[in-house]
Write a protein that binds this ligand. Structure first.
Ligand SMILES: [Zn+2]
Length: 455
């Protein structure tokens, strides 16, 4: 752990941000450091995949120790979110700083902790784990990259029996968690024009149609009076895995005291196996610059999250059709569909899941839980298409309380340690499933003396 912690601190002190406008040198520096660490850990073959407009992807291979051994693909990313306003940080974001039980820095959890966990697993085995390894460590996950679509174009490279997508973590520290579902996501823009120009609200208000009012009435139809999504056809199922307590969720979501949550049913159903629609942007005159005028034009951007199994184009079409059917006061809206991407649901119950349940229990000392997440990891679908038979495991050293993408991101060293133990135990357990059956024991000689004096 001392060595892993030191390497994590080195890695987290590099501001490897792949967003436009940030210098590329730190991204290259983080890339080079990981390549050097992997070489030291015994990865014999490492390549650099360069695609247009993307930070380099690190691809490494350790061949399987015997022809029957399975191959496990390990995924993580070395780029990080921008730090945001420095004034919100309790210590400089790229100076890893001790906090109780862990370290604080941008990217130290998401996802550098998991890159280091992969390294730790390799070190446990001196670079010779009992399975074949493929390492995929990308450098532009946070901004989005054409790499998401690359794996199906080169399936041989990504062929494997199981993959550990380590860009996630536990529901709460100390609760080992396998994420089995990711909701799909899409964006839709809706706009209304009612007048060529603003007009005096005293002279024209009351009869001239107000674009903002029209838009608000349409947006108000997206949810029922309880706050459940009211767009017909968006799939919603009961959630039978684990979920947050309401108290945990309120704290994580920073809901102000005494306010109710919205929607009905279990939190798992509202957050993971049902839809959510959020108005993420609204163009209208700002309050500070408000004139006494009827608003001629308004626009909103909506973000829809939908059931992991719902077809992304179908989900988007349902939202678009619902909005187009609205015509508040008889005034139609212009609805423009944006990007849509599928969710993901892992097949559980195979040998890799059995091995992972054993391994996570061994590492944390308690039975693992299944959860889903509302976030998406677009590359998961690319990898799953490239290796359709592979079992997909999503776990890692992050936890829900580590301030991902927010100020004061931190990782707990206990979670990092347990993740390394879990990965090491996983490859041991999983490899054992593929061991050739031992040859039948030779018959015991009935007379030791006759066989030449065996002792
Ligand atoms: Zn991440």
């Amino acid at each position: 752990m001392d060595g892993l912690r030191a390497d994590l601190e080195r890695l987290a002190s590099i501001p490897s941000i792949s967003f436009p406008g940030y210098p590329p040198e730190p991204v290259e520096e983080a890339h080079d450091l990981i390549v050097a660490l992997l070489r030291e850990a015994g990865v014999p073959s490492i390549e650099r995949i360069d695609l247009p407009d993307t930070a380099p992807v690190i691809y490494g291979e350790i061949p399987p120790p015997h022809p029957d051994a399975p191959t496990v693909l390990l995924y993580g990313h070395y780029d990080v979110q921008p730090a945001g306003a420095a004034s919100l940080w309790l210590s400089p974001p790229f100076e890893p700083t001790p906090v109780p039980g862990g370290l604080r820095a941008r990217g130290i959890a998401d996802d550098k902790s998991n890159v280091i966990a992969h390294l730790g697993m390799l070190r446990v085995y001196g670079g010779r784990p009992p399975v074949g390894i493929k390492l995929v460590i990308e450098g532009q996950e946070e901004y989005g990259s054409p790499f998401d679509d690359y794996p199906p174009t080169d399936p041989a490279r990504f062929a494997c029996d199981a993959m550990i997508i380590a860009d996630l973590g536990n529901l709460r520290p100390g609760t080992p968690t396998l994420t089995t579902g990711l909701r799909g996501a899409c964006e839709v823009t809706v706009e209304v024009r009612t007048l060529a120009e603003p007009r005096h609200s005293g002279e024209f208000g009351g009869a001239a149609p107000d674009a903002l009012l029209v838009l608000l009435r349409a947006l108000a139809t997206l949810h029922d009076k309880n706050g459940d999504v009211a767009v017909p056809g968006l799939r919603r199922d009961p959630w039978d895995g684990t979920t947050y307590t309401e108290e945990e969720f309120r704290e994580l979501a920073s809901v102000l005291p005494d306010l109710p949550l919205i929607g009905t049913g279990s939190l798992g159903e509202r957050l993971w196996s049902g839809p959510a629609i959020t108005v993420i942007g609204l163009d209208a005159p700002s309050v500070d610059h408000a004139a006494s005028a009827v608003v001629p034009y308004a626009r909103a951007k909506l973000n829809l999250r939908f059931h992991p199994h719902q077809d992304p184009r179908e989900a988007r079409a349902l939202l678009v059709a619902h909005l187009r059917a609205q015509a508040p006061f008889g005034i139609p809206l212009t609805v423009t569909p944006g990007d849509t991407g599928p969710g993901f649901e892992a097949r559980t119950g195979g040998p890799a899941y059995r091995a992972a349940l054993t391994a996570l229990k061994e590492a944390w000392g308690t039975q693992a839980s299944y959860v889903a997440t509302g976030g998406s990891i677009p590359l998961v679908n690319g990898l799953a298409q490239a290796a359709p038979g592979a079992e997909v495991l999503l776990f890692g050293a992050q936890d829900s309380m580590c301030n991902l993408h927010a100020p004061n991101e931190r990782v707990l060293l206990s979670e990092l340690r347990n993740t390394v133990v879990a990965m090491a135990a996983f490859v041991r357990e999983y490899a054992a499933d593929f061991e050739p059956a031992p040859p039948p024991a030779p018959p015991a000689p009935h007379d030791p003396a006759a066989s030449g004096g065996a002792r």
